[in-house]
Design a binder for this molecule. Structure first.
Ligand code: ADP
Ligand code: MG
Length: 500
């Protein structure tokens, strides 16, 4: 029997946000159904409802025309639906087979001892079935992201999944691993597996999918057979025709060049990138996750030694991998995307977190000038409208938006010449977003050159004086305000016109 899933009239609200409204979505065994849409369109919410992570408010889920209840992830599993998450849930210390059989180990008859040979044999048989050359005995920590993804999928298939949901599976994969994954997907199709594939890469979608559904603001705006649509059509329906509300004040960029990057290349990351940032200018790099922009930004800051090409900053050529200390001394700042990991020191106070980069400057004859620190901290909190009960509050108790403001406040110092921002508003609420946009515009107004990496098209359009689109490590086009073309930018980012 051909398996079939239908999600009918699905509705879901989060307080005032209508995340899904009357959504109809179907897929069939042996086919790949691509699900696309800009950030916030509702893709993950729809899939979480299918996976039993969220409960729908309205609608019905049917498998082979029979209504089913999916109240918890275990229910999804029982119905043969598996989610492959971006944050993979494997245990590095266990082998491939150990992970696949985790919780349902095969034991030697009548003993508590695991039958490792039998488990490996069964895994081997599955890997062979899909033409995958992976050793069941290898510890998972030795595998790359592509191989780990394959282990997750095999684990799902061995628990009798017939429907696999993949959320942007290629975002962290090398070219070679992508090929391996696509081969695997083609073989799964041939074996009658259904796949829901969330991605923005047009070449991938048009290379492996049979159907494509586009969501926008919680509704389905396009659902078609791949053979009957075009990349252009898909991209246009992602953005819609409505004009953008925001009008950015026009600035004349007349200052001198702060940063110029010439032919920067790092194999597998970015390739032949040339760009410049002027005083007071906001340059935005954008693309899909995996486009190489964060690696590029970190190399400019001095965190990567292995690149070719040249980085010139304030008329000096910078040495690759010179480290952050040098950058900071020279007035170059970086706010990372991974704030909890390397942006803040969670157990320290707000005050200590702000003062950190200034310690050298606030030393007076080897002693810390406490009064100077206090005034810097007070000013930083005020300038960024950070909400904290006191400077002595431990930073880990602040909201994401306020933590981000603290990461910024360190750089409001008068010596700053260039600030590099990676995903400056990732995971923070609208109010904090507005504050952060204001801080960025203020800094630019003061003459600081700003280089931003953002994956959110609306933010890109709102902040950029110049925008560079990237795809697979290369810059595709440069756009100067006000000549922004949202559809064309999205097409660049999605690799429209490329072939896999
Ligand atoms: P996508 O995956 O397409 O980027 P999402 O499904 O994550 O979109 O989000 C759709 C909408 O629902 C967005 O407006 C998002 O802010 C909102 N949303 C998603 N999850 C939650 C949640 N747990 N609480 C509140 N709002 C949410
Ligand atoms: Mg999502």
């Amino acid at each position: 029997m051909t398996e079939r899933l239908d999600m009918l009239g699905i509705g879901k609200s989060f307080f005032a946000t209508r995340a899904l409204d009357d959504v109809n979505f179907s897929c069939t065994a042996g086919e790949v159904h691509a699900l696309v849409g800009l950030n916030g369109a509702g893709k993950s919410t729809l899939m979480k409802i299918l996976g039993g992570v969220y409960q729908r408010d309205e609608g019905e889920i049917r498998i082979n025309n029979t209504p089913v209840e999916i109240a918890a992830p275990a229910d999804a599993g029982r119905h043969g639906i598996a989610m492959i998450h971006q944050e993979l849930s494997l245990i590095g210390e266990l082998t491939v087979a150990g992970n696949i059989f985790l919780g349902k180990e095969i034991r030697h008859k009548g003993t508590p001892f695991m039958n490792k040979a039998e488990m490996a044999r069964q895994v081997r048989a599955q890997l062979d079935r899909f033409g995958l050359a992976l050793d069941p005995h290898r510890p998972v920590r030795e595998l790359n992201s592509g191989e780990k993804q394959i282990v997750e999928i095999i684990r799902a298939l061995m628990s009798d999944a017939w429907l696999i949901v993949m959320d942007e599976p290629t975002s962290a994969l090398s070219e070679e691993d992508k090929e391996m994954l696509f081969d695997f997907i083609r073989r799964m199709k041939a074996e009658g597996i259904a796949i829901i594939y969330i991605s923005h890469h047009m070449p991938e979608i048009f290379g492996i999918a049979e159907d494509v559904t586009v969501m926008r603001d919680g509704v389905i705006v396009l659902s078609e057979r791949i053979a009957e649509t075009s990349e252009d059509h898909v991209i246009k329906s992602m953005t819609g025709a409505e004009l953008d509300q925001f009008v950015k004040p026009h600035k004349q960029i007349t200052g001198k060049v702060v940063l110029s990057v010439d032919g920067l290349s790092s194999p597998g990351n970015y390739d032949g990138v040339t760009l410049g940032v002027h005083e007071g200018e906001i340059v935005v790099l954008t693309g899909l996750r995996g486009c190489g922009a964060p690696e590029l930004a970190k190399a400019i800051f001095g965190l990567d030694a292995g690149y070719g090409g040249e980085v010139r900053y304030l008329d000096k050529t910078l040495k690759p991998g010179r480290g952050p200390a040098v950058a900071v001394r020279e007035g170059m700042g970086l706010v990372t995307e991974n704030r909890d990991k390397n942006g803040i020191l969670p157990p320290l106070s707000v005050r200590d977190n702000i003062a950190l980069p200034f310690l050298e400057k606030t030393l007076k004859g080897g002693l810390i000038d406490g009064a100077r620190v206090d005034s810097i901290v007070a000013k930083a909190i005020r300038d960024t409208s950070t909400k904290t009960s006191s400077p002595d509050q431990e930073i880990r108790f602040l909201s994401g938006g306020n933590k981000q403001k603290i990461c910024f406040s360190r750089w409001l110092d008068e010596d700053l010449k260039l600030l590099i921002l990676l995903e400056p508003t990732r995971g923070i609420d609208v109010h904090a977003k507005a504050d952060i946009y204001r801080i960025i515009e203020d800094l630019a107004g003061r003459g600081v050159g700003i280089l931003i990496l953002s994956y959110e098209i609306d933010e890109v359009l709102m902040l950029g004086d110049r925008v560079l689109t990237m795809y697979q490590g290369a810059t595709i086009h440069e756009y100067a305000y006000p000549h922004f073309d949202k559809d064309r930018m999205l097409a660049d980012m999605a690799g429209a016109g490329h072939t896999t």
